[in-house]
Design a protein around this ligand. Structure first.
Ligand code: NAD
Ligand code: UGA
Length: 461
């Protein structure tokens, strides 16, 4: 099928950037990104590119090139479903909060409602592309819903999971390690796969486009995230062992990563991984395994999450114990709120949990993040703990505006600017004794200690 019109349902962190690149690289295809959230669509259409709803380095340049040419953002969902030959479903798939599988299984209500809407309004054959991360065999459910449309329409379903990481999304989309496309092995399924391969081939070498059956594609996405998270929990568990033995986690990580069979990425110790996906995708994997009676497999993957919570909690405890035992000011400056640098996304950020742990001990916090808004910080804390004491939290626009009011600073996101601060000047103004708790191991230990700070990093003395 020759694709001239694409509709993407979901204008979030994946739908927005992914469709921007597809439109940029395929000027002959009209790409309409639709969403039920009209504020979000208005933000995608805002003239000032600083107001796009997603902050990603390089995104505004691509949007400014393609928007209005062949890239459009709209709330007219039905119209664009009807007019498109290919529809991407790129909506959220959070963990279920009620019903069967509560706390573990992926909630497919948004995906299913897209399928119902497509079934209700479609008048001709379409290729439906699962872009959202979903449990293995979800495409079967989508097919069931679509075929409830009694008109004799041929829907081909493809799985095309997204592997971009936030903060580097544009680079990841521009030069992906691989594009994965799963589809039916029937001749119609093969034709649908070819149509999507052609779109990606505009800029991705054919050798990097991997085609598989539907189930392999769906399961590969979940497991790729589980593998990445597993490396972080492994290195984080070793950071605690380093603290007990005198080994240095940065040296250990380097030594491990130099083994070409292991490789050096995803071996950076941290206060714990965050982001919207690692936790939910592992919970989903655990749920699937347990549902299939694979208890040992489920327990194995669940351990990754147990270590992640432990890392956040033990980092918080370090700060709390130090404040209490040294009788320090019960007020801390938190640098960073986003779950990683170069994004404004805070979903599941370790900072939220550390902040909550401190507040629960009646420790005041001042929060600074270069890209996160005050409202977001309030929302995040309220969602975790609706009764939190709001008088204990202040959001500040200048990181050092209240520096004389605390002894302690905690670094929770690895923003480059934190490394570039004039720490000597900070030391001159902060209360003494002064402490830095570096939850990202970004500062130079020797320099910071030489300035006079007491410095607590992860996995190193
Ligand atoms: P998001 O919450 O940023 O965006 C989802 C959007 O879908 C929202 O704007 C919501 O309003 C919209 N939506 C939901 N149901 C709708 C409907 N029926 N009609 C119209 N709009 C609807 O989510 P995201 O981060 O873009 O993630 C989307 C999917 O991609 C998830 O399954 C996620 O696991 C996966 N994923 C995310 C990332 C990432 O970095 N965020 C990376 C790879 C894969
Ligand atoms: C992750 C995957 O990297 C993407 O491939 C995937 O598409 C995406 O999830 C998804 O499905 O949503 P993302 O969560 O955006 O991407 O960012 P990562 O770079 O993976 O970082 C996740 C978390 O792990 C962050 O909190 C980060 O600070 C932390 N991290 C990462 C570490 O603590 N140490 C590391 O070595 C790497």
């Amino acid at each position: 099928m020759k694709i001239k019109n694409i509709c993407c349902i979901g204008a979030g962190y994946v739908g927005g950037p992914t469709m921007s690149i597809i439109a940029q690289k395929n000027p002959h295809i009209k790409v309409n990104v639709v969403d039920m959230n009209s504020d979000k669509i208005a933000a995608w259409n805002s003239e000032n590119l600083e107001n796009l709803p997603v902050y990603e380095p390089g995104l505004s340049e691509v949007v400014s090139e393609a928007r209005g040419r062949n890239l459009f953002f709209s709330t007219e969902i039905e119209k664009h479903i009807i007019n498109s030959e290919m529809i991407f479903i790129s909506v959220n798939t959070p963990t279920k909060t009620h019903g069967e599988g509560k706390g573990y299984a992926a909630d497919l209500k948004y995906v299913e409602s897209c399928a119902r809407q497509i079934a209700a309004v479609s008048k001709n054959d379409k290729i439906i592309v699962e872009k959202s991360t979903v449990p293995v065999r979800t495409s079967e459910k989508i097919k069931e819903i679509l075929t409830s449309n009694k008109l004799n329409i041929n829907f081909q379903i493809l799985s095309n999971p997204e592997f971009l990481a936030e903060g580097t999304a544009m680079r990841d989309l521009e030069i992906p390690d691989r594009v994965l496309i799963g589809g039916d092995s029937t001749p119609e399924g093969q034709k649908a796969i070819d149509s999507l391969v052609e779109i990606y081939s505009s800029w991705v070498p054919k050798s990097n486009i991997l085609t598989t059956n539907l189930w392999s594609s769906e399961l590969s996405k979940l497991t790729a995230n589980a593998f990445l998270a597993q490396r972080i929990s492994s290195i984080n568990s070793l950071s605690e062992l380093c603290e007990k033995t005198g080994a240095d986690i940065e040296e250990v990580s380097k030594a491990i990563g130099m083994d070409s069979r292991i490789g050096n990425s995803f071996l950076k110790t941290s206060v714990g991984f965050g982001g919207s996906c690692f936790q939910k995708d592992i919970l989903n994997l655990v749920y699937i395994s347990r549902s299939l009676g694979l208890k040992k497999v489920a327990d194995y993957w669940e351990q990754i999450l147990i270590i992640n919570v432990h890392q956040r909690d033990r980092f918080s405890k370090k700060i709390i114990d130090c404040i209490k035992s040294n009788n320090l000011k019960q007020k801390v400056l938190l640098l960073g709120w986003a779950f990683k640098k170069n994004t404004n996304d805070t979903r599941e950020s370790a900072a939220i949990y550390v902040a909550n742990n401190l507040i629960n001990e009646m420790i005041e916090i001042d929060v600074y993040d270069p890209k996160v808004s005050e409202d977001q910080v309030i929302d995040d804390l309220s969602n975790l703990n609706s009764d939190y004491d709001k008088t204990l939290v202040k959001f500040i626009h200048d990181p050092f505006s209240n520096i004389s009011e605390y002894n302690s600073i905690a670094i929770l996101t690895e923003w480059d600017q934190f490394n570039d601060y004039n720490w000597k000047m900070v030391f001159e103004n902060i209360k003494k004794p002064a402490y830095i708790f570096d939850g990202r191991n970004i500062l130079n230990v020797d320099k910071i200690k030489k300035i006079g700070f007491n410095y607590f990093a992860l996995g190193r003395k």
